[in-house]
Design a protein around this ligand. Structure first.
Ligand code: IPM
Ligand code: MG
Length: 402
């Protein structure tokens, strides 16, 4: 291919991507009202089990949710729907990140509990289709990926607001090999996309009496997109000064170090960050809490929300026959977030306490991911016992306030 031809082809490709982003901006501007779960009857909870360890740990989470909501299920306030088609086999067969009929089933629910799904990469046994997570976040416009990490005994209570529909991800499968020597990916940030995630982080701080929102970027180097994110954080901070909320900015590299600094890390409260930095930093934070297997997340949009683990499907654990030892806490934590989001906050608190007790207190159920530790089922059973234990709160306070 000659140079000019390659340039023309790349320009056309870029042009199409820009058109799509213009459309997305229009959609964001048109806005939609937030769904009010109190007006829905029933609230439909869809469950996608996922792949790999997802097939096991999401069933544990389903068991927990069905238990927590047993009265609502019986009275028809809540309905569960199992959506079976979101498997790597089915996705590979159709050649789509989310097959059309599955997407329709998902959209017919109000919230989704989703197990980890396998994300193919070049050279795998699977066709190199887009990640189901990324596709679902985009298709349902789930712009906020909220990831709490708590270590009560160390005074750590972080809430990460990861931008979920832009950044390096949204066109991650749409980069271009301009020639055989040149590859270019695209990173996207819009005014509307930055505003809505940063505003949500500040609202969270305001509603929870928190005093600090930290933006994490690399705006000194990635000047255009991260620069916009940084400007927006400063702009919105002005509006929240009256609530005594201060805003600061850290670069992603030093931030990864500061999370390891026992003298400083307890000071962070709310962190808001572009997609890829959020992906990376939340794995690190989760590791400090006990491993990625302990961290859940809420993917929130105005109309739908999806709750999932922060980690992947761990095919290696399955191949080595260790899937029954996988930690379901991530999915159960995500279930607590689902309860809170759909209007059952007391039950969310109960479940969170039970997870903390089983994960971090003297009553900890040790999970090692192998036969040296408990199985996911054993943990789930123990956790459900705590939920109903009259001493739940007392036990939780005993270790959390120690
Ligand atoms: C996450 C995961 C996903 C991501 C993968 C599975 C596509 O790592 O939810 O953090 O990168 O967002
Ligand atoms: Mg990740």
């Amino acid at each position: 291919m000659d140079r000019n031809e390659a340039i023309e082809r790349a320009k056309e490709h870029f042009g199409r991507l820009i058109e799509e982003q213009f459309d997305r901006i229009e959609m964001m501007k048109a806005g939609k009202e937030w769904v009010d779960y109190r007006t829905l009857k029933p609230i439909i909870i869809g469950i996608c089990w996922g792949d790999g360890i997802g097939r096991i740990i999401s069933k544990h989470a389903q068991r927990v949710l069905e238990y927590m909501l047993r009265e609502e299920i019986a009275s028809g306030v809540v309905e569960f729907r199992v959506i079976k088609g979101l498997t790597i086999e089915n996705r590979a067969r159709v050649g789509k990140a989310i097959p059309d009929d599955v997407l329709e089933e998902i959209k017919n629910c109000h919230v989704i509990l989703k197990g980890p799904t396998t994300t193919p990469r070049a050279g795998d046994e699977w066709p190199n289709i887009e990640s189901a997570n990324v596709a679902m976040r985009r298709e349902l416009d789930l712009f906020a990926n909220v990831r709490p990490v708590k270590i009560p005994a160390e005074g750590i209570d972080w809430c990460f607001f990861r931008e979920n529909t832009e950044g390096a991800y949204v066109l991650g499968s749409r980069g271009i090999d301009v020639t055989e020597d040149l590859s270019i990916d695209f990173k996207v940030l819009t005014e509307q996309g930055a505003e809505r995630i940063i505003r949500m982080a500040f609202e969270h701080a305001k509603n929870n009496g928190l005093k600090r929102v930290t933006a994490v970027t690399k705006s000194n180097v990635v000047k255009t997109t991260d620069g916009r994110f940084s400007r927006m954080a400063k702009k919105i901070a002005e509006e929240y000064k009256g609530f005594g909320i201060e805003q600061d900015e850290w670069y992603i590299d030093i931030m990864t170090a500061k999370l390891l600094d026992p003298a400083r890390r307890g000071d962070f409260e709310v962190l808001v960050l572009p997609n890829l930095y959020g992906d990376i930093l939340t794995d690190e934070a989760a590791q400090l809490q006990g491993g990625v297997g302990t961290a859940g997340s809420a993917n929130i949009g105005k109309r739908w929300a999806m709750f999932e683990a922060i980690h992947g499907s761990a095919p290696r654990m399955v191949a080595e026959g260790r899937d029954i030892y996988a930690d379901p806490s991530s999915m159960i934590r995500a279930s607590a977030m689902l309860l809170r989001h759909t209007g059952f906050p007391e039950r969310a608190v109960q479940l969170d306490m039970a997870i903390d007790i089983c994960g971090q207190s003297e009553h900890k159920i040790v999970i090692t991911g192998r036969d040296t530790g408990a199985t996911g089922e054993e943990l789930t059973t123990a956790l459900l016992k705590w939920v109903d234990d009259p001493d739940l709160e007392k036990e939780w306070k005993k270790f959390a306030e120690a």
